[in-house]
Design a protein around this ligand. Structure first.
Ligand SMILES: Nc1ncnc2c1ncn2[C@@H]1O[C@H](COP(=O)(O)OP(=O)(O)OP(=O)(O)O)[C@@H](O)[C@H]1O
Length: 329
């Protein structure tokens, strides 16, 4: 579906160039949900926006960065797209994005239907009638009752959970190959959150697309995703199948994130957050980016060399000096 290779992204600021993403590579296949997890500021959102070539004007991509979207009509080299008309193929077409706050996706003064119809007509040669029928069908598909009535309502007239569903319906109506969901359930209460997660699961199978699910919540990743990529200060430090990474985390940061999760079978045990704060991107540590908070430093290499991306088993990878090609250092 999409291949990201050696993505390095900096921003020009008054304080100088800041590195938001460094040498990130991953892939999402059809029918797969990939979780991108990390603390605030780790670079999840800017990575997602890069996939749609949607970052702010002060973004600078390193020349070796590659983002290739694989479509039925051939590969698209996303970062080489320049013209707005070329971007239309990806933005809201082959790739759709949904956000934490659905109100941000809907214009307040237009009905939901008008916006869905406009988007469909931009990305297909449907007539207005066909686009309206498709919009109603999609609203129905995501479990919105009375879709014939809802289609003519404004976003503010719907409840939070309904708005989230309407946003998913709009995002999926153009039949995207990849859906990027940026913290889509954070603002919802837990029962509605569970329904939205179930819905996304059904849809990925039904529409045979890929989903990138961005969150800081490993618990949500465990329920939602097939694979997980853990980001820290712009680098991918561990990735693999969700169950394996959660059962057997290898990077000290991932281990810390898992230790910080509340345990339902032992609610009295204290939560142990990862100590310290993520450094400012203006003060990126040399060597391993996690070295200022790591409790498992193995030697000077942690402060001087970027750890290699090591394969723990065929699908589980980790970047940490604890591990070597031969095993544990
Ligand atoms: N246009 C910009 N100019 C300068 N810095 C930027 C710009 N956009 C993002 N950044 C910086 O890039 C870094 C990564 O930001 P990003 O929003 O991707 O983090 P995140 O992991 O998604 O965090 P959150 O969970 O809070 O959304 C941050 O340090 C942020 O301040």
């Amino acid at each position: 579906m999409i291949t990201v290779q050696n993505l390095t992204l900096q921003f020009r600021t008054d304080e100088g160039l800041i590195t938001a993403v460094e040498d990130v590579s991953f892939r999402v296949r059809k029918g797969e949900v990939m979780g991108l997890v990390g603390e605030s500021g780790s670079g999840k959102s800017v990575t997602a926006k890069a996939l749609m070539h949607l970052n702010a004007k002060n973004a600078v991509y390193a020349p070796e960065s590659k983002i290739i979207l694989h479509t039925d009509n051939g590969d698209i080299d996303v970062l080489s797209l320049r013209k707005p008309s070329d971007m239309t193929v990806i933005r809201g077409g082959a790739i759709s994005m949904i956000f934490q706050e659905p109100m941000a996706s809907f214009a307040p003064a237009m009905t939901i239907g008008t916006q869905m119809i406009e988007q469909l007509q931009l990305h297909s040669d449907m007539t207005k009638k066909q686009a309206r029928d498709r919009s109603i069908e999609m609203l129905d598909r995501v479990g919105i009752s009375d879709p014939h009535k809802r289609v003519d309502q404004y976003a503010f007239e719907l409840s939070g959970g309904m708005r989230q569903r309407a946003m998913i319906a709009m995002a999926l109506s153009t039949n995207p190959r990849l859906l990027i969901a940026d913290e889509p359930t954070t603002a919802l209460d837990v029962t509605i959150q569970a329904q939205v997660i179930d819905l996304m699961h059904d849809l990925v199978k039904e529409f045979d697309m890929g989903i990138i699910f961005i969150t800081h919540d490993l618990g949500v990743v465990a329920q939602t995703c097939d694979y997980v990529s853990v980001m820290y200060l712009g680098r991918l430090i561990e990735k693999g199948p969700v169950r394996e990474v959660i059962r057997d985390p290898r990077h000290p940061y991932t281990q810390g994130l898992i230790a910080a999760l509340p345990k339902l079978d032992d609610l009295d045990s204290p939560l142990t957050p990862v100590p310290g704060d993520i450094p400012s991107p203006l003060e990126r540590p040399r060597g391993c980016v996690f070295n200022t908070r790591c409790s498992k430093i193995v030697g000077v290499q942690c402060y001087s060399q970027i750890p290699p991306d090591l394969r723990i088993d065929p699908v589980h990878r980790v970047c940490c000096h604890i591990y070597t090609e031969e095993g544990v250092a």
